[in-house]
Design a protein around this ligand. Structure first.
Ligand SMILES: [Zn+2]
Length: 267
């Protein structure tokens, strides 16, 4: 075979591979990298990797970090998280932050139906009954600070699994120290005494303004109370949330946090 013929064959193969590249890449990744419609590729250098804009906190319901790691890496279970934090504060990373971990499942927050695509998922080794030990919460706070520094995630977007999947999930448990996190700038909180709420404030409208899916009102109310109301046994099951507390949280969700160290993103 002459050198010219060989070069010709290589050119044809090269062209074929280039032509098939989008399909090959799509097949590998499982997600299309472009529309697939005929288009002219005209590359721009002005882009970077997408940034997560939410943090979703879970507890594993496992008996140990090892059991949680096994569950979160078992292919058949199809669940994962970016991080798992052991009770002793050991931080495990399971998924690249640029990738979509499978932790939130069917979810909804403020109209966003695909929380996995927009979030970092953090699992805490906890069975749902016991308190979260100090080393574990200290490690979580350090991780949240790191994530806030790198991604400028708004305080209001640090949420629990129960918040984004009301009625379906109830983690992290009532033992989780949301108030302590909020004092560090992660998540919202209001302490009494609250200012009087606007007259006629509608509970479900306010819950929806915070972000909750209110299509099942009782589930949304239960998720709100799990997160934002201290459980001293005085609240009757099914009772509506305190209107003044709701109004305070809605107002805070719309305000930039005073003294926030979160960087602004120019792009
Ligand atoms: Zn969860």
């Amino acid at each position: 075979m002459t050198r010219g013929i060989v070069r010709g064959i290589l050119r044809i193969r090269h062209g074929l591979v280039l032509a098939l590249l989008p399909a090959l890449l799509a097949g590998c990744a499982g997600v299309p990298v472009g529309s697939g419609l005929p288009s002219v590729w005209h590359a721009s250098p002005n882009h970077d990797l997408r940034r997560p804009n939410f943090v979703i906190i879970h507890h594993t319901t496992s008996g140990s970090a090892e059991a949680g790691l096994r569950s979160l890496t078992e292919p058949l279970r199809r669940v994962s998280a970016h991080y798992l934090i052991g009770r002793d504060g050991t931080l495990y990373q399971l998924v690249d932050e640029r990738r979509r971990a499978w932790h939130a499942g069917a979810s909804w927050w403020g109209g966003n139906r695909d929380i996995n695509s927009a979030s970092i998922g953090i699992e805490l080794d906890n069975d749902g009954e016991v308190a979260f030990p100090e080393p574990q919460i200290a490690a979580l706070l350090a991780l949240l600070d790191d994530l806030r520094t790198r991604y400028a995630i708004p305080a209001a977007n640090v949420l629990g699994h129960a918040d984004v999947a009301p009625g379906r999930k109830a983690d992290p448990s009532r033992q989780f120290p949301w108030r302590r996190l909020a004092l560090q700038g992660f998540g919202l909180w209001c302490d009494p005494p609250y200012a009087p709420p606007p007259p006629g404030l509608d509970t479900l409208t306010a819950l929806q303004a915070l972000g909750y899916d209110v299509s099942r009102p009782e589930a949304a109310i239960a998720a709100f109370r799990l997160h934002f109301e201290a459980d001293d046994g005085s609240i009757a099951p099914g009772a509506a949330p305190d209107a003044a507390l709701l109004a305070c949280l809605v107002e805070r969700s719309r305000m930039p946090r005073p003294g926030s160290s979160a960087p602004s993103l120019p792009e």
